[in-house]
Design a binder for this molecule. Structure first.
Ligand code: UDX
Length: 436
């Protein structure tokens, strides 16, 4: 199949590389000349596992010229950003511009919408802009740090459109649905084939928001539960273990923390809330979930203040800046928000994150960005864990040897309180140690 992908961002590039790996002829339209140059040199702009391997192996054509990108394409996939506007709604200006270009420069065919968009967007594009083509909604479920793996071994493939388009979408994803793709480095096909959920466009669009909003709800629930457990003297780790073993609840997304962040959950939950509100429906639970996430950091900050509030000249080693482990992305990161709260107290903050090399623009200037964990911890009164990198739980004894005082605040339920105590730390956190 000959495919043009509009947008070489995280979703567009991962989709393009995976489709190219399946044997499709893929061209990418990208307006950022620097990114075009980087991709032509096979430089990975995402820092995603397996992207370098696929870039080297593929014959992807990347261009800023729409006519070159669209020449001969049977299918155009749109994967441009839909960032948040002030009211929480999705900003569709890049998507609208991309579709206007497609209407003008591509021959009629199938247009696949990969971007996350409010319900009714694909219907509107079909009716008003792309009436000579068939519009299919095909939302992605790609996690940062696992985008290629999630493309090739998805939990499901979701697409919505007119019935006549189904065969084409099945052909697009055939080696993924059948799990018969050629392995990429250590990533091999699974034994179980994947389901294509075929529906109408509006259901596909809502399902994408629903998946992210449901996961955010699960997390806000466990975060709330951890806060309650701290007041009742219950062991939240044991409580979660009980939940985890119930297949009706599911074992994933149960780790309490400082709140969910990143480029998707905050934006998509607010967009869904706004979408419901615009149709006169108050999505009560979702509103509470968003509010809970906003408050989650407060308790942790209060915990730190409870121990250090009366002291002067407080030095904090902040471990983690990324919104989750496995990525360098600091967008809407609770760790960065925490850094802000700590420097507002007038405390000295030295931060380290194994993936973050460039200073995130939201990071307060007063925060020192260190090259290694020891440098951040040297002379600190407290270690504060803000991202769940496994490496932070290793070698606590070496860490204690360089800190000035013995406080460890774990915002991600990462460290075993017993290990912290054995290394000489006093442990505080979202999942506190309990006495039995
Ligand atoms: C998410 C969705 O998972 C993906 O399907 C979608 O298309 C894009 O958004 P991503 O933003 O990469 O992916 O993050 P994800 O791995 O889902 O984590 C979301 C947030 O939840 C992070 O802040 C993470 O730290 C937090 N989280 C996750 C927890 O606090 N505890 C958990 O147990 C799991």
């Amino acid at each position: 199949m000959r495919i043009a992908v509009v947008g070489a961002g995280y979703v567009g590039l991962a989709s393009a590389l995976a489709w190219s790996h399946l044997g499709h002829d893929v061209r990418v339209l990208e307006r950022d000349a620097r990114r075009v140059g980087a991709l032509r040199r096979h430089d990975d702009p995402l820092g995603e596992p397996l992207v370098p391997e696929l870039l080297d192996a593929s014959d992807l054509l990347v261009t800023s010229d729409a006519s070159e990108a669209f020449a001969r394409a049977d299918m155009v996939a749109v994967a441009v950003g839909t960032p948040q506007t002030h009211g929480g709604r999705a900003d569709l200006s890049a998507l609208d511009a991309a579709c206007a270009t497609i209407a003008q420069a591509a021959r009629p065919g199938t247009v696949v919408v990969r971007s996350t968009v409010p319900v009714g967007t694909a219907d509107r594009l079909q009716r008003d802009v792309l009436h000579r083509s068939a519009v299919v909604s095909n939302p992605e479920f790609l996690r940062e740090g696992r985008a290629i793996a999630d493309m090739l071994r998805p939990d499901r493939v979701l697409a919505g459109g007119e019935g006549g388009q189904r065969d084409l979408i099945e052909a697009l994803y055939a080696p993924i649905l059948g799990q018969s793709f050629t392995p990429v480095a250590e990533l091999r096909p699974d034994l179980t084939p994947r389901a294509l959920v075929w529906t109408d466009r509006r259901s596909a669009e809502l399902a994408k928001y629903a998946a992210n909003a449901f996961l955010a709800t699960k997390l806000s629930f466990v975060n709330e539960l951890a806060n309650v457990a701290a007041t009742t003297g219950s062991d939240i780790r044991a409580v979660i273990e009980v939940l985890r073993l119930d297949p009706r609840i599911g074992e994933a997304f149960l780790r309490p923390g400082l709140g969910w962040g990143g480029s998707c959950f905050p934006k998509d939950t607010r967009a869904l809330e706004a979408l419901a509100m615009d149709r006169g429906y108050d999505f009560n639970i979702l509103r509470a979930v968003i509010e809970q996430n906003r408050r989650q950091l407060d308790r942790f900050v209060a915990l730190i203040e409870g121990e250090l509030g009366a002291r002067r000249d407080v030095r904090i080693a902040l471990l983690g800046l990324a919104f989750k482990s496995g990525t360098a992305d600091c967008r809407e990161s609770p760790a960065v928000a925490l850094a802000q709260r700590l420097v507002e107290r007038g405390w000295s903050v030295r931060a380290y994150d194994p993936a973050v090399r460039e200073r995130p623009c939201e990071l307060p200037a007063a925060v020192a960005l260190c090259d290694d964990i020891r440098d951040a911890a040297l002379g600190a009164d407290a270690i504060v864990i803000a991202t769940e990198w496994e490496a932070f739980a290793r070698d606590l004894t070496a860490l204690r040897e360089v800190t000035r005082d013995d406080l460890l605040f774990d915002g991600r339920c990462l460290v075993d309180p017993g290990d912290a105590a054995a290394a000489g730390f006093r442990y505080f956190g979202i999942c506190p140690a309990t006495r039995h």
